[in-house]
Every structure is written in structure tokens, then in C-alpha cells.
Design a protein around this ligand. Sequence first.
Ligand code: ZN
Ligand code: ZN
Length: 180
Amino acid sequence: MHWLQIDVSNLAGKPGSTRKLTSSGPVEGFRSGLGWIEDGDSVHIDLLLRSAGDGVEATGEAWGRLHLSCSRCLVEYEQDFRLSLDEKFYVESDLAEENEGYEVRDQVIDLEPMLRDVIVLDIPIRPVHAEDCRGLCPECGADLNVSDCSHAEQAVDVRWAPLQSLMALQSGGDEEEVEN
Ligand SMILES: [Zn+2]
Ligand SMILES: [Zn+2]
């Protein structure tokens, strides 16, 4: 069985009984947006499984390392994550659906979908490798964190030129001031 598939038959029918689970291994092919887990990297879990009347509760933590692409300059960087988990696996699929939980199937719980779900939520939509990342030059693609191409100021001039001439025209006529 995969390291994230856990046999919980020893918890079945014994509400309140618990089992500690500490393990680690890869989460292959994980990628979402600008974030991913490197194939050689391990994800660690430290969970307490508790038998309940209608299933198994899993609480604890998962941690590992995310690789991200900066949304401004595209550089790759790493970021550690540590997430708390509090999820439930239901014996009946109806209940799982109703409560947006997971399923116990043939006395086995599969932690992988749960783990993927919580890690996805931790990935920023627009990751930035540093708050002051200057991004790429829209003109020549140069990484502005590394080199200063001369386009930055020119690009601004070109973009604002039509608006500036329009404003110059308007302010040439009757001068009306808008007061706040
Ligand atoms: Zn960046
Ligand atoms: Zn440039």
C-alpha cells in the first residue's frame, strides 16, 4: 500500500480508541498554479486518528517544502509549510458528501487527497520571492532585480504620452478647478 493509505481496521467499532501515526514520504506529481512539491522531497505527517461512531477523525500536522515560481520575475524559490489538519473520514459515502469529508473504504483511509487539498490552499495565488521584487522589464524581459535596462523610464513615457498630450490640450483651454 501507498504510505498515505492507512489500514484502520483496528479502530473499527471501537469509538474513542486512538492511534498515533507519524510518517513521511513523497507526494508525486503535485503541482498547482505556480507551486509544486519536488519529486525527491518528502512530506511529513504527525496525526492522531480517533475512531468515532460514524468514521475516523484525523487531527495533527503536515509539513514539508513547497517550490514556487515568483509571479513577477519567474525566479524559483522554496518555502517551508506547516499545516494543521482536522479532517474526518466517514464510513458512509453519503455522510462524507454531506459533510464535505473523506471516505473510509474497505477499512482503509487514503490521506493523499486530503493532503493535496490542504497544501493547495496554502499556495499563494501570486507568489512573490521578495516583497520588493521588481519583476521583468515588459520591453526586453530583463530581470530588473539583476540588471537595470534603460527601458523602465522610457516605457512609462511611451505609455503616458497620449494621455499627457490630452491633458496638455485640456488644461490649455478654460481652466476649471475641481474642488473637493
Ligand atoms: Zn521575483
Ligand atoms: Zn528593458
